[in-house]
Design a protein around this ligand. Structure first.
Ligand code: BG6
Ligand code: MG
Length: 218
């Protein structure tokens, strides 16, 4: 049985967290409060709706449903302006090295992301063709740490969940992979992502021999 490989998008394949941050910060400033980079950590892997709920809690802002919906749209329109000119230069270092290694060996590859903007971003950076399945914020009903996004990705790849490897930069994402009984690989701070089965700061630290060991693993 071939192993399946599932990649989160934001913070794993591309560094879009900075653009999400700027768009949320602009909205916070407009509403009259500050939003820090540290607070932005809470937003990793979290759905757009939940991010706005947290943002309004931080700013102690009460919103009507109509305002809430307007601000969700406003943030996304702003975010889309930041990502409009994204290109291959924004792919995180050595991500293509791993994607190529897997593709050459015909291992199925999926995207498992909370973002509703995943597909256009993959297109802009020229990586769309690597993916055999894309499961994103448009396809799931339950957000990470629920395993739904990764279980759906495994199903679309036709691979058992125990035979899947997940690359994640968010705590909620690592938890989702673990509860799907997949092999979780934390990309980022190992203290933050201590629940992951393996930890790396980024893909430059991942040797193809490590990937091959995962492929050979029973
Ligand atoms: C996740 C990001 O991948 O997608 C979150 O880590 C973001 O920060 C979420 O809120 C939803 O993204 P989007 O593009 O649908 O607003
Ligand atoms: Mg992420």
């Amino acid at each position: 049985m071939k192993k399946g490989f599932i990649f989160d998008l934001d913070g794993v394949i591309v560094d879009t967290a900075k653009y999400h941050y700027l768009a949320w910060k602009n909205l916070a400033n407009e509403l009259g409060f500050e939003f820090t980079k540290e607070q932005n950590e809470l937003f990793k892997g979290v759905s757009r709706k939940r991010c706005l709920e947290i943002l309004l809690e931080i700013g102690k802002v009460e919103a009507t449903q109509e305002q809430f919906d307007t601000w969700m749209i406003e943030k996304n329109v702003d975010y889309l302006k930041y990502i409009e000119n994204m290109d291959a230069s924004e792919i995180l270092p050595d991500v293509p090295k791993i994607l190529d290694y897997l593709k050459e060996r015909k291992h199925p590859i999926a995207l498992g992301s909370a973002s509703k903007n995943a597909q256009p971003i993959l297109e802009k950076v020229g990586l769309l063709s690597y993916f055999d399945a894309i499961v994103d914020g448009n396809n799931v009903t339950k957000a990470k740490p629920d395993p739904e996004v990764f279980l759906l990705a495994a199903e679309q790849l036709g691979v058992n969940s125990q035979d899947c490897v997940v690359f994640e930069d968010a705590v909620a994402g690592v938890q989702a992979a673990n509860s799907a009984k997949m092999i979780s690989i934390g990309i980022g701070d190992d203290k933050v992502l201590s629940e992951a089965a393996y930890n790396f700061n980024d893909f430059t630290e991942i040797e193809t021999s490590f990937i091959q060991d995962l492929i050979n693993k029973n």
